[in-house]
Each structure stands twice: as structure tokens, then as C-alpha cells.
Design a binder for this molecule. Structure first.
Ligand SMILES: C[S@@+](CC[C@H](N)C(=O)[O-])C[C@H]1O[C@@H](n2cnc3c(N)ncnc32)[C@H](O)[C@@H]1O
Length: 322
């Protein structure tokens, strides 16, 4: 959704200190040394953000399948009835371009304020553009590692909050992300999660089809982009990773296989990679409806409403605290 505000006001972007350039470069260097990069490096440059947006617009069920968008609007209607006639604060965690949140704001307007939170400045600018028609929008450049601090610092605001977390839960380890999301909620808050799914009725077959959505040249260009931009030469490999999957879930995983020796410069250090070395760069779990809601329940989150696309490849879930 694009639009420009009739009453344009300067858009505000707040920046957590960990997202200032020297800190980000240090984090990149540390990630290279530990062979474990924060997924933010898939999104946090203009080139990576553009590659991802382009892929997302072509492949995401929510973009190409009306039934997926209807699943979102059905749950947004539930959110409206949970918060009748009262002002609410919508906080978009890993909001990206916030186009799903723009649909939620349309449903709640004019009683909702909105803050987009993400690690990509470029995606936050898209978020501000997509939510420009709505009053009181702002953006925060902040890593998931600092969400608790961010929300704690805003805790004096008395409004009921709707935390959105769309399209990203599958990129975190389940054992980490569910307790963290639970810990962010106050009594009366709502959490709405959108996730890519694989249908339980033909899980293995669906995983093979999902693999094909990642195992192609444009997706590999995006996945390998952060390393290639620093001079890495090699191949991006995408595969199914059942052994690495937690809680009986399978995931798509990708690594970068270096084909020649390279020393990547980051934060005044040289980090050396040898030919044949494989660097893990990505994973994405596929939940089923049952798995996602039961894991959430184990962590004290009650599912109040949910809806899926017709193909059950995307689901939207509304949670409250138990
Ligand atoms: C798959 S995109 C989903 C974006 C958006 N919510 C949507 O549904 O279209 C994942 C998002 O997570 C963000 N992200 C990646 N690493 C992150 C991190 N360490 N902390 C917070 N957000 C992160 C990316 O910038 C990106 O916007």
C-alpha cells in the first residue's frame, strides 16, 4: 500500500546505538569470526533490502494469494473487536516495509498510533511511506536483541498495545523466540503473528515445494549478497535441514561454500576463509498450525483467533497472555 500523507509531518526515525555504523561493522566482524552472522545482514544495506523486497513481492503468499490477505484481514477484524473504540498503540516488530501493518492500521484508523521497528533503515523508509496516510507513525532502528529495552523504555505509555510480528518467527529458534515474545507482553496487550507454514496433511511434500522457492538464482543472489559484497567468491547452497530442526519441525537452510581463499576485511580486521569452507547464512522453519499454537501455549500464549490461506502456506495468529 503506497500513499502520501495529506498533512505531511516530518517522519521520525529513532536509532538504537547498536545500529550505528561502527557497532554494526563490529558485529559483522564478530559474526564472521564466529561463523554465525546475525540475519540482519541479509537486509541492512540498500542492495540487500532491494533484493529481498523484490523477492518478497514475487513469492510471498500474502502478496500473490488473495486468500492469504483475507487471513490477515480476518484476524485484523478480531483485533478491532478486542479493542473496541479505544486508542491503541501498534508496534511492528521486524516490520520490514510494514505493508501488512498498513492494512491493520486501515482497520483501526484513526485510533491507532504506529511504530515500525526493524534493523534495516531502507525497509523502515518503505514502512514510513506505506503508513504515511495514517496519523502518528514513527520508526525505530533496533535489533531484536534490544526489544525488551525498547519496550521497557516506552512502558509508561498506558495504551493497550498490539505487537505485530509478521513473516519472521520462522527465522528464530523456537526455544528462543516464544519466551521472548511472551516476555514482551503486558496484561491486556495483543500479539499477532504471521508465519509461513507447511500443511500438516502433506508436510514432507510441501517442504520439497518450499525448497524450490529458495533454490533458485534470485534467492541465492540475495542470500549470498552480504558475503559477496565483501569479496567472497563461491556458491550459495540451499537444502532441507531436518537434523537441525527443533521440535520435529523441518527447515530450509542455506550456506555459502567458499571456492577460493579470501580474507574479508571488517572493522579493521582480516577474517580468513579457505576454499571448501561452508558458512551457514540462513534458516527458515516451517510450522504447522498445530505446532505453532501448541508451542505458543507451552510458553504461556493463548491463541484467541487464527486464520490461514487456502493452501495453508501462511497463517495469522492472535495471542494474549494466559
Ligand atoms: C522476512 S522479513 C519480514 C518483514 C515483514 N514483517 C513482512 O512480513 O513483510 C524479516 C524482517 O526481519 C528483519 N530482521 C532481520 N534480522 C533482524 C534482527 N536481528 N532483529 C530484528 N529484525 C530483524 C529484517 O530486516 C526484515 O524486515
Amino acid at each position: 500500500m503506497h500513499g502520501s500523507s495529506r498533512n505531511f509531518a516530518w517522519a521520525k526515525i529513532h536509532v538504537h546505538p547498536a545500529e550505528l555504523p561502527a557497532a554494526v561493522e563490529n558485529e559483522f566482524a564478530r559474526g564472521l569470526q564466529l561463523r554465525s552472522l546475525n540475519p540482519k545482514f541479509l537486509y541492512n544495506t540498500p542492495g540487500q533490502a532491494a533484493l529481498w523486497l523484490n523477492l518478497h513481492q514475487r513469492l510471498s503468499p500474502a502478496h500473490r494469494d488473495d486468500s492469504a490477505l483475507r487471513a490477515y484481514t480476518a484476524v485484523f477484524d478480531q483485533i478491532a473487536s478486542f479493542t473496541p473504540d479505544q486508542p491503541v498503540e501498534v508496534i511492528g516488530l521486524s516490520a520490514g516495509s510494514a505493508w501488512k501493518e498498513a492494512h491493520l492500521l486501515q482497520r483501526l484508523s484513526p485510533r491507532a498510533s504506529f511504530t515500525a521497528v526493524d534493523v534495516s533503515l531502507d525497509l523502515l523508509l518503505h514502512a514510513l511511506e506505506n503508513t504515511a496516510p495514517f496519523p502518528q507513525t514513527s520508526a525505530v532502528l533496533c535489533d531484536a536483541a534490544h526489544w525488551e529495552t525498547l519496550l521497557h523504555d516506552r512502558a509508561e505509555r498506558p495504551l493497550p498495545r498490539v505487537l505485530t510480528f509478521f513473516g519472521t518467527i520462522h527465522n528464530f529458534e523456537p526455544a528462543d523466540i516464544f519466551p521472548r515474545l511472551r516476555g514482551l507482553l503486558r496484561p491486556g496487550d495483543l500479539l499477532v503473528v504471521g508465519a509461513n507454514l507447511a500443511p500438516a496433511s502433506h508436510y514432507a511434500e510441501a517442504m520439497a515445494a518450499i525448497l524450490a522457492q529458495y533454490n533458485n538464482a534470485p534467492t541465492k543472489e540475495w542470500l549470498g549478497g552480504a558475503l559477496r559484497a565483501r569479496g567472497a567468491v563461491g556458491e550459495t547452497n540451499v537444502h532441507l535441514d531436518s537434523a537441525g530442526g527443533a521440535d520435529g519441525l523441518e527447515r530450509i537452510a542455506a550456506d555459502f561454500a567458499f571456492s577460493s581463499v579470501v580474507e574479508i576485511r571488517a572493522s579493521s580486521q582480516g577474517i580468513r576463509f579457505a576454499p571448501g569452507e561452508r558458512f551457514p547464512i540462513f534458516f527458515s522453519y516451517r510450522y504447522t498450525v498445530e505446532k505453532l499454537t501448541s508451542l505458543a501455549a507451552q510458553h504461556g500464549l493463548v491463541c484467541q483467533a487464527s486464520a490461514t490461506s487456502a493452501a495453508e502456506d501462511e497463517g495469522v495468529f492472535l495471542f494474549t497472555l494466559k
